[in-house]
Design a protein around this ligand. Structure first.
Ligand code: PLP
Length: 328
């Protein structure tokens, strides 16, 4: 039995095929449009937050605390959804110098600021101890009589991951309803991996609901060994939480497509993002989905029929006008 969850996302998200994308990628690709889970709260994090914010409410929290990079999609989704539920949000955000960004606030940071969330900026070194910082912030609020619920980076723990188990049930229902013309499972599910929660949920859900034979998580930071460890930990949490031994589809984490640095695309990746937009009308972002779709296009051998999870990230792209100017 899965724990309680809220209904916050606009579901089911479309499962879409683009002829021109097949040509570009070199495989039959079905795009699960989880960039359409909502309006400005959209992306993959809302599925995790349906569980996490339900837990916050069950614990009678008045504040949620979470963390991420300066342009964190997760922090932005948390801030907006917290306000929808009447909760306060505190976002602990990593910037290069630990100070509030001096340039005009755009993308996710603008949306988070608009939500009225309290923004606390920290250095990359301090961010290494983010879990401790979240707990310290929670304790600090408790001393002034405020109950806070801490959500880890990316909403990636056993509870949040259940959102992606449910997403795979949603895809199974779409396959059964004939959305792709075949009830057969996909050869592979491909998605961007940044904190491991999506991968863990998809690994369980793909097996539980016979959605794909394999999961391919494309790392956008760190490396394969790191994510294998992190994902294993989240999977163990999910088992514990559900008092079960959930099934697992085979997982491969690929770290060859993370580009020059986190949130920085290679020249080839930036060109690819522009080509995808021009040839299909589909927008992928330079931090996550662009790197993952690029990775799929580079695989040898190619899968025959792939499910690509479009996990969102549009606000992050809109914060990168300067980077893309050279490619337009
Ligand atoms: C967070 C995020 C991911 C990665 O999901 P994780 O569960 O953190 O691995 C992928 N794409 C987008 C757009 C994201 O915001």
């Amino acid at each position: 039995m899965f724990p309680a969850k809220l209904s916050l996302a606009h579901l089911p998200t479309p499962l879409v095929h683009y002829d021109a994308l097949d040509t570009l990628v070199g495989a039959e690709v079905w795009v699960k449009r989880d960039d359409m889970t909502a309006g400005p709260e959209a992306g993959n994090k809302i599925r995790k937050l349906e569980y996490l914010l339900a837990a916050a409410q069950i614990e009678h929290a008045s504040t949620v605390i979470t963390c991420g990079g300066e342009q964190s999609n997760h922090a932005r989704a948390t801030a907006l959804l917290a306000r929808r539920l009447g909760l306060r949000a505190i976002l602990v955000l990593r910037t290069h110098d630990g100070a509030a960004p001096q340039k005009p606030w755009t993308g996710n940071l603008l949306l988070s600021a608009l939500s009225g969330a309290e923004l606390r900026f920290i250095t990359p070194a301090a961010y290494q101890t983010r879990d401790t910082l979240l707990q310290q912030t929670r304790a600090e609020l408790a001393r002034s009589g405020e109950r806070a619920y801490a959500i880890p980076e990316g909403g990636s723990n056993g509870l949040g991951a259940l959102g992606y188990v449910d997403a795979m049930a949603e895809v199974r229902a779409q396959l059964d309803a004939g959305a792709t013309g075949s009830r057969e499972p996909f050869d592979v599910v491909v998605h961007a991996c940044g904190s491991g929660g999506t991968a863990a949920g998809v690994v369980i859900g793909a097996a539980l609901h016979d959605v794909a034979r394999e999961v391919l998580a494309i790392a956008v930071c760190d490396d394969s060994a790191y994510f294998e460890r992190v994902i294993e930990h989240i999977l163990a949490e999910a088992d514990q939480l559900t008092h079960s031994s959930l099934p697992r589809a085979p997982l491969r984490v690929l770290d060859a497509y993370k580009g020059p640095a986190y949130a920085v695309p290679s020249e080839a990746q930036a060109h690819f993002i522009v080509r995808v937009a021009r040839e299909t009308g589909l927008i992928v972002d330079p931090v996550y989905t662009g790197k993952a779709l690029f990775g799929l296009s580079q695989l040898t051998p190619k899968p025959k029929r792939a499910l690509f999870l479009h996990t969102g990230g549009l606000p992050g792209l809109l914060a990168e006008a300067a980077r893309f100017a050279a490619y337009l």
